[in-house]
Write a protein that binds this ligand. Structure first.
Ligand SMILES: Cc1cc2nc3c(=O)[nH]c(=O)nc-3n(C[C@H](O)[C@H](O)[C@H](O)COP(=O)(O)OP(=O)(O)OC[C@H]3O[C@@H](n4cnc5c(N)ncnc54)[C@H](O)[C@@H]3O)c2cc1C
Length: 415
């Protein structure tokens, strides 16, 4: 639902409901089921799927009201940010009935199985294969860079079901049950010491026939929905509430578990917040060249924040994700890089010392080594520039040679 409505009555109705419904000694699951049944877990979803048909602008009001009251909300992670919106838009009623309720209560968690060793930016060139046999889909192939795949119950999988049509038309979008013998998840350790990603290998993995999202062969359009939501998602690490009771204890445990792969994301974003304090603490603030670097990073960060606020205001009015997603994504790369440069100027050689030997117990070294990830994850800088060039500026499209011939005939890497 779109449009602007008076949200005071929404806040009041929720507060009245919380007064009678909140019980801090329930189990987390009992509380989430109660919250979901009331529609307050997903206020902007259609009533058919447990929502309240409220406009997009109600979402932040409900989140803030829950937090202020001291009640636990729905779970964080890929389930609510990517899986649920994609399913709501494209999945069958039966699949939604099966998967949305346990996603809202946090009983199941999700990962995204898109990228492959030979298909990242060129996602439509993926070669993981899905074949229908004896009433179920059988999957073989490999994915990579899959955040949280090591603990997910379900994966959002795009696989090739037809090799005889152009590449974008032969893809199908599936919900893959992760905990099965045909799925092997191998963690990857990064240069910064964390292991947030995985390689995922499929050897005759099985998917029930009805776990297709959208149409067979229509996977590209469904994947675009997920990617649009990914570009507008920021990893929210809202402070965990300091509250007593079983619901909060279990919610804190759940959040720490779900947030573990994202522990280094503040460093990945460049830690602009540490620039001035570090410059002051080290005396580097007296150096005019360092001050220039700091000013550059902070100016970029502020303008990026204003663009994000404009995008958020548009969303509040119920407008679909627009070009601000790509502008914001590119801006966050520029901010992170500028901030890393300024941190290096402040700390000099010590910036390279990891762990307790380095400034701020290694945080600065982690910044330097982690910021390149911003320019890659969720679409590289070059791809964002292509999108801006084509969709925002209306420039001619990138020339392509492989979108009109059968995918079988497209030259591929041998890997
Ligand atoms: C932190 C992080 C988290 C991630 N999480 C996930 C996840 O959960 N699930 C998942 O499926 N994937 C995930 N990824 C993978 C990510 O989506 C891919 O890494 C990304 O799409 C780039 O693909 P690639 O690594 O194959 O690089 P490539 O596509 O091979 O690109 C290599 C270089 O070529 C450039 N290039 C490619 N095509 C063009 C073009 N047309 N025009 C100009 N330049 C071009 C790129 O910009 C890049 O510089 C994650 C990656 C990171 C870094």
């Amino acid at each position: 639902m779109t449009g602007s409505v008076d949200l005071d009555p929404v806040r009041e109705e929720l507060l009245a409901w919380l007064e009678s419904a909140w019980e801090p000694e329930l189990s987390l699951l009992e509380w989430r089921r109660r919250l979901a049944a009331s529609g307050w877990a997903t206020p902007t979803w259609p009533a058919r799927w447990g929502g309240r048909d409220l406009p997009a602008s109600a979402s932040s009001v409900v989140t803030r009201t829950l937090a202020k009251f001291g009640a636990v909300g729905p779970p964080e992670g890929v389930g609510m940010t990517l899986a649920a919106p994609t399913l709501l838009e494209h999945a069958s009623d039966d699949l939604n009935d099966l998967l949305l309720p346990p996603t809202v209560t946090g009983e199941v968690s999700w990962c995204q199985l898109f990228s492959e060793p030979g298909a990242g930016s060129d996602l439509a060139g993926l070669t993981t294969k899905a074949e229908l046999s004896d009433g179920e889909w059988r999957i073989s192939g490999q994915k990579v860079w899959n955040t949280s795949a090591h603990h997910a119950d379900y994966g959002l999988l795009v696989a090739r079901t037809d090799w005889d049509v152009p590449k974008h038309r032969g893809l199908t979008y599936f919900v893959l049950p992760m905990k099965q013998p045909g799925v092997e998840v191998r963690p990857l350790r990064q240069a910064n010491g964390h292991a947030s990603f995985n390689e995922v290998f499929f050897t005759d993995a099985r998917i029930p026939a009805d776990h297709v999202v959208g149409e067979v062969g229509g996977g590209w359009g469904v994947a675009l929905t997920t990617l649009a939501h990914e570009r507008r998602t920021t990893i929210a690490s809202a402070p965990l509430g300091r509250h007593d009771g079983r619901v909060w204890r279990e919610a804190t445990e759940e959040a720490l578990h779900l947030r573990a792969p994202y522990k280094w994301y503040p460093q990945r974003a460049g830690r602009v917040d540490l620039l001035v304090p570090q410059a002051r603490a080290t005396g580097a603030a007296a150096d005019p060249a360092v001050r220039q670097e700091i000013a550059k990073a902070i100016t970029l960060a502020w303008t990026a924040r204003w663009t994000a606020e404009r995008a958020a205001a548009a969303r509040k009015l119920g407008k679909p994700p627009g070009p601000e997603g790509s502008l914001g994504k590119l801006a966050s790369s520029n901010v992170a890089r500028a901030s890393a440069r300024a941190h290096a100027a402040i700390a000099h050689g010590a910036a390279m010392l990891a762990g307790r030997d380095g400034p701020l117990d290694g945080i600065i070294a982690e910044v330097l080594i982690s910021v390149p990830a911003v320019s890659i994850a969720g679409g590289t800088d070059e791809i964002q520039r292509n999108i801006i060039g084509e969709r925002v500026l209306g420039l001619p499209k990138d020339p392509t040679v492989d979108t009109s011939i059968p995918f079988r005939d497209v030259p591929k890497n041998r890997s």
